[in-house]
Design a protein around this ligand. Structure first.
Ligand code: 1PZ
Length: 211
C-alpha cells in the first residue's frame, strides 16, 4: 500500500486524506448522532493541501504562508485540544471565537481555504471555466473576497494574472485531462462533508458564518 501511495499523484493523496476524514464523520453520524473529529488528523490532511501552492507559482506564496501558518497554529493546538469541537467550545466559553489569532478564527480561515479549493476544482471541471485563471477568480470571488479587505482583493487579483495555464497546471500536478477529473471529484465530495461538519460546530452554537 505504501508503494501505491508513492506512485500516486499529489491530488490523489489529498483526495485520499479527505476521504478518510469524511469517512470518520459519516461513521459517527450513523452511530451516536455526531462524531468528535480529532484535531490532529484533520490538520495533517490540511497540511497536504500545501503542495498545490507549489503548482500555482510564486505569486501565491503569500496565500501559502497565510494558510500554512493557520494550519500550524491548529496543529500546535492539538497538543492541548483533542477534537475540533473542544477548540470551538473553548473559544465560545471565553468569547474569543472571532478574536484575531484565536484557534476558532483560524479554523474558520482554514475552512475557507478548503472551500476555495473545492470551488476551484468545481469550476475547473465545468465547461464554462476552462482557464485556471477564470476558475480561480470565480472561486475566490465566491468564497473569500466578501471577507477580505480591498488591499488583499487587489493583490489576489494581480496574482491571478500570474497563474499557470490549465495545461501547465496539469503537468505540475502530474495529471492529464482524463485523470484529473476523478481526483478532483473525490476531493469535492469528501471536502463537502468536512466543511459541513466544521460549519455545524459554529451553527450549533448560534455563531453566524458571515466573517
Ligand atoms: C487553489 C486556490 C487557487 C486560487 C487562488 C486563490 C488565492 C487566495 C489568496 C488568499 C490570500 C489571503 C490573504 C490574507 C487574508 C487574511 O486577511 C484573512 C484573514 O486573516 P485573519 O485576520 O483571520 O488573520 N485570511 C484568510 O481569509 C485565510 C484565507 C486562506 C485561503 C488561502 C488559500 C487557500 C488554499 C489554496 C491552496 C492552493
Amino acid at each position: 500500500d505504501d508503494d501505491k501511495d508513492a506512485k500516486g499523484t499529489p491530488l490523489a493523496s489529498i483526495a485520499k486524506a479527505f476521504e478518510e476524514i469524511a469517512d470518520l464523520i459519516k461513521k459517527g453520524n450513523k452511530s451516536e448522532g455526531s462524531v468528535d473529529l480529532r484535531l490532529k488528523p484533520f490538520c495533517e490532511a490540511c497540511t497536504l493541501v500545501s503542495v498545490l501552492f507549489g503548482c500555482l507559482g510564486i505569486a501565491f506564496r503569500f496565500a501559502e504562508m497565510e494558510y500554512t501558518s493557520k494550519v500550524r497554529d491548529l496543529l500546535d493546538a492539538s497538543k492541548q485540544f483533542t477534537t475540533l469541537r473542544s477548540v470551538v467550545d473553548f473559544d465560545f466559553r471565553n468569547k474569543t471565537v472571532k478574536s484575531p489569532g484565536s484557534h476558532t478564527r483560524n479554523l474558520r480561515r482554514v475552512r475557507q481555504g478548503l472551500d476555495l479549493i473545492k470551488e476551484l476544482f468545481q469550476n475547473f471541471l465545468s465547461d464554462e471555466n476552462h482557464s485556471l485563471k477564470k476558475a480561480a477568480t470565480q472561486a475566490y470571488q465566491q468564497v473569500c473576497a466578501p471577507y477580505h479587505t480591498w488591499a488583499v482583493r487587489a493583490a489576489v487579483s494581480a496574482g491571478m494574472c500570474t497563474l499557470p495555464t490549465r495545461e501547465q497546471l496539469l503537468l505540475n500536478l502530474n495529471e492529464t485531462e482524463n485523470t484529473v477529473e476523478k481526483e478532483m471529484r473525490r476531493y469535492i465530495k469528501a471536502s463537502h462533508e468536512v466543511i459541513k461538519y466544521i460549519d455545524n460546530l459554529y451553527i450549533s452554537r448560534n455563531i453566524e458564518l458571515d466573517w
